[in-house]
Ligand binder design. Structure first.
Ligand SMILES: C[C@H](N)C(=O)N[C@@H](Cc1c[nH]cn1)C(=O)O
Ligand SMILES: [Zn+2]
Ligand SMILES: [Zn+2]
Length: 474
């Protein structure tokens, strides 16, 4: 009965919740760009303010400094919160991030990325709508709805919201270890809503993530940018060296060319293969989400395995390369290539980095260039795999059945939330990934969106999960 009243209230208040999402999408909290750091901090402060208005107590933790674009600056705050301290209730720790990926209208957005814009189909476009502002706000809406109705929350909540997730969660691991036996004392379970459903209609619970190791190759030579008419054909060009090296990292079919990279990958067992059966996932929907029939693999099983259980290497960009319209005839003096590897069980970040460095140096040596090369790892985070049989997952599955009338798919995720493993290890508690967004939300891409249905039913799901968690034996 209580939960039904909560559901009805969420339906009634949905416009209000969407309006609040509009308010925070308008804060361009891009963590990887110095120009937006003040907005990241503003977004953290917005959360502190909202949590306090709801009656939570908060603690603002300053996790230190970082060097960004050559400047030493403060990292954005880690926002900790406590809502309820009843010793007779379980305590759930909720993690989310309030920073976002960059977004420029000229990248191809149909609407202003910082202005939440809803279309006729209820698709709400805006940077951060699904990753991760919608889900973070969802938790606050759950508290708000219970307060409006005069209902007690069935569990105590602790919050940990960070502003650096999209930039390697710098500083957060130390905070978690420091607070494990302090602020996070007494936590019974952890929940993170920061990934996506497999399809567009059926919710899922997620029990695995790939890790990510992010690299930078710097090649420099000439003392300054050069005229290609004057120097072309007579100097070793950094860009030519770089594209040669980058082309030796991965094939067009996605095969990683770093020798030894597959050695640590866990062999596929029959038991694991069986987990790929019966999932709501189609190649048609996959291609629709990608925006074209650019698929490498023909079938569902191979596609999901290459997303979940095999490593992948993606080339992201080249700093220092000429990229404006027009036909500038320059030889860039220094270029920095960026790429990352999504890592899987049982790969170790240190070994992956060792192999990558060896390979990049060996490929560069083959060029006999007089330029200089440097290769370094910007950040790495480990993969995570858990069991979907833990009571925390059972509570999540019951909540899905209650809201959507169907059993959830049990999935792994190709993306990375490295802090998941940190929470699990530091607190020795189970972590449930309970996504709100759909497969076609376009996180990190242009025209990122969150469907109104996912937002509204997602708020119900988070609330129902708290009720199911309170009733289950952990
Ligand atoms: C899955 C999650 N919403 C996400 O987008 N994570 C990022 C984490 C990251 C790592 N380096 C930079 N960002 C991702 O998987 O790319
Ligand atoms: Zn995210
Ligand atoms: Zn993200």
């Amino acid at each position: 009965m209580t939960v039904d009243k909560f559901f009805e209230h969420v339906d009634k208040q949905q416009d209000d919740y969407v309006q609040r999402l509009r308010e925070i999408v308008a804060i361009p909290s891009v963590s990887c760009d110095l120009a937006y750091r003040k907005d990241v901090v503003r977004m953290g402060e917005w959360l502190i303010n909202e949590l306090e208005k709801l009656g939570a107590t908060t603690k603002r933790v300053e996790p230190g400094t970082q060097v960004l674009e050559g400047q030493t600056i403060d990292l954005p705050p880690v926002v900790l919160g406590t809502y309820g301290t009843d010793p007779n209730k379980k305590t759930l720790l909720v993690y989310g991030h309030y920073d976002v990926q960059p977004a420029l209208k000229e990248d191809g957005w149909r609407t202003d990325p910082w202005q939440l814009t809803e279309d006729q189909q209820g698709r709400m476009f805006g940077r951060g709508s699904t990753d991760d502002k919608g889900p973070v706000l969802g938790w606050l809406c759950v508290i708000q709805a219970h307060k409006d109705l005069g209902l007690e929350l069935p569990v105590n909540l602790k919050f940990c919201f960070e502003g650096m997730e999209e930039s390697g969660s710098e500083g957060l691991d130390d905070v978690i270890h420091q607070e494990a036996n302090a602020y996070f004392q007494g936590v019974d379970a952890v929940c993170i809503s920061d990934n996506y459903w497999l399809g567009k209609t059926k919710p899922c619970l997620t029990y695995g993530l790939r890790g990510v190791s992010y690299y930078r190759i710097t090649i420099a030579g000439p003392g300054q940018d050069l005229h290609s008419g004057v120097f072309g054909g007579t100097v070793h060009e950094p860009m030519t060296d770089l594209v040669n090296v980058m082309a030796r990292l991965v094939t067009p079919e996605g095969k990683i060319l770093v020798p030894g990279i597959m050695d640590e990958v866990a062999p596929l067992t029959d038991e694991e293969r069986a987990t790929y059966q019966g999932l709501e996932f189609s190649m048609k929907e996959f291609c629709a989400a990608a925006g074209s029939e650019c698929n490498v693999h023909e079938d569902v099983e191979a596609t999901l395995m290459h997303r979940w259980r095999y490593p992948s290497l993606s080339l992201h960009g080249i700093e220092g390369a000429f990229h404006a319209p027009g036909a500038k005839t320059v030889i860039p003096a220094k270029v920095i290539g960026k790429f990352s590897i999504r890592t899987v069980p049982n790969q170790t970040p240190a070994r992956v980095t060792e192999l990558v460095k060896e390979h990049v140096k060996a490929e560069f040596a083959k060029l006999n260039s007089r330029n200089t090369l440097d290769v370094d790892c910007l950040h790495d985070g480990k993969w995570w795999i858990s069991s979907p049989n833990h009571p925390n997952f059972v509570a999540g599955a019951r909540a899905v059945e209650r809201v959507f009338g169907a059993k959830p798919d049990l999935t792994r995720e190709g993306g990375s939330i490295p802090v998941t493993l940190t929470f699990q290890d530091a607190l020795q508690k189970n972590v449930l990934l309970l996504p709100m967004g759909a497969c076609d939300d376009g996180a990190h891409s242009i025209n990122e969106k969150l469907d109104r249905r996912n937002f509204v039913e997602g708020i119900k799901l988070l609330g129902a999960y708290l009720h199911e968690l309170s009733a289950i034996e952990l």
